[in-house]
Design a protein around this ligand. Structure first.
Ligand SMILES: Cc1ncc(COP(=O)(O)O)c(C=O)c1O
Length: 394
């Protein structure tokens, strides 16, 4: 069978491939003393708060399960709008908010709405791999720009300016970023957006970890910069609802009908049950729980990153958000007698029963000697992970 050439531009998502291997090893090792610790997939170990679960049950029981409007439930769009004003002090009218099946569908819709064949989109290397594939799937060309620890692994206005060419259509940023957990400072973001505006381009920003910030200097939404920013977001991370498949994006008003037309045809709507449930995310009781969990994520970061550094898994920049550790594994590779992050990840799974993700997913520049650990597991699991790493690397 012959497949479309666009499929060749989409690499496997190695996080998921590695997760399959980890699951298979965990099944084989089911009778052994050590259970696999999964620090490979970036999802909170928490589940949706009780009020959210009850709201989902109520929606099912009451039969409120028909399709919704393609842009999402009005009440949910209003609730998201209210969250932006309460928490971030930014006025984002509900009419500019589009509810989607996770950030993934939002990214897909945004790329389809804005990118023509051959348009180049600038993004940071390392970065979340699927983002470049959303660009490719829309026949665009992702241009990965290597970034350094000194730059907090983020693009700068100077780099965007230098890379801008005749075919450049815009930038796709992520703040806080996956895999580094680092954000773009508001002034730096504003300077990038100015360069993009000068060229008449597009600023898209993936803000899926918005809310999960541990440093006052960051944790702002790019939407404060103006109506021409396109921000992608989700209920997956701060709201602990990965498998519910619910997200949103904020777009300029003129883009709403275009996205609506695409969403009507491609998705009809996001899950109705998840939408009804998500309304309860914004209840004070749920927000209080999310904030408690945010402190737990911070405590995990504060324990795990220094512990990794002490073991020679150097994390060049302390993450200010999200729940990842982007660690240089060159020293560990030497100690384990292997080469490159892929083999380090395999050896860690075999010897320490610890699953991490090799850097290769996240770009090309330095990714061969970096691994990503997710710190979204319990403190007990993180302590155990450190003990096992110490044992194997001693
Ligand atoms: C930066 C980034 N963007 C988008 C996504 C996709 O998230 P969703 O579950 O909302 O589709 C992820 C998931 O890990 C991510 O890390």
């Amino acid at each position: 069978m012959q497949f479309a050439s666009r499929t060749e531009r989409i690499d496997p998502f190695y996080v998921m491939e590695m997760a399959k291997t980890a699951q298979a090893m965990a099944r084989e090792a089911v009778h052994t003393r050590e259970q696999m610790i999964f620090l490979n997939v970036g999802e909170p170990d928490f589940t949706a708060p009780p009020l959210v679960q009850e709201a989902a049950n109520r929606a099912i029981r009451d039969g409120r399960t028909q399709y919704t409007h393609s842009l999402g439930l009005d009440a949910l769009r209003e609730a998201v709008s209210h969250w932006y004003s309460q928490r971030f002090g930014v006025n984002v009218p509900a009419r500019r908010i589009v509810i989607t099946a996770g950030a993934s569908a939002a990214l897909h819709l945004a790329c389809l709405a804005l990118i023509n064949a051959g348009d180049e989109i600038l993004m940071s290397d390392p970065g979340y791999p699927c983002n470049r594939h959303f660009v490719s799937a829309a026949e665009g060309v992702p241009v990965l720009i290597p970034t350094t620890a000194e730059e907090r692994y983020q693009l700068s206005h100077a780099k965007v300016q230098a890379a801008w060419g005749a075919r450049t259509r815009g930038v796709l940023l992520a703040s806080p970023s996956n895999p580094t957990g680092t954000s773009i400072a508001p002034e730096a973001l504003s300077a990038i957006h100015d360069v993009v505006r000068t060229h008449g381009g597009l600023t898209l920003i993936d803000e899926i970890y918005l809310g999960l910030s541990y440093d006052e200097a960051f944790g702002h939404t790019a939407l404060a910069l103006g109506e021409d920013i396109i921000s992608i977001n989700s209920f997956s991370k701060y709201f602990n609802m990965t498998g519910w498949r619910l997200g949103w994006m904020v777009v300029p008003e003129a883009m709403v009908p275009v996205v609506e037309r695409l969403a009507q045809n491609l998705f009809i709507c996001a899950s109705t049950i998840a939408q009804h449930a998500a309304l309860a995310c914004f209840e004070p009781e749920s927000i209080a729980l999310y904030e408690q969990r945010r402190s737990q994520f911070k405590a995990r970061r504060d324990f795990f990153i220094p512990a990794l550094n002490a073991l020679g898994f150097t994390v060049p920049v302390m993450p200010d958000g999200a729940f990842y550790a982007w660690a240089d594994c060159a020293q560990a590779a030497q100690k384990l007698g292997v080469q490159g992050s892929w083999d380090v990840a395999l050896e860690l799974m075999r010897r320490a029963h610890l699953a991490a993700t090799p850097g290769r997913d996240f770009g090309h520049a330095e990714t061969a000697h970096f691994v990503r650990f997710s710190t979204a597991s319990s403190m007990a699991q993180l302590h155990e992970a450190v003990a096992r790493l110490r044992r194997e690397l001693a």
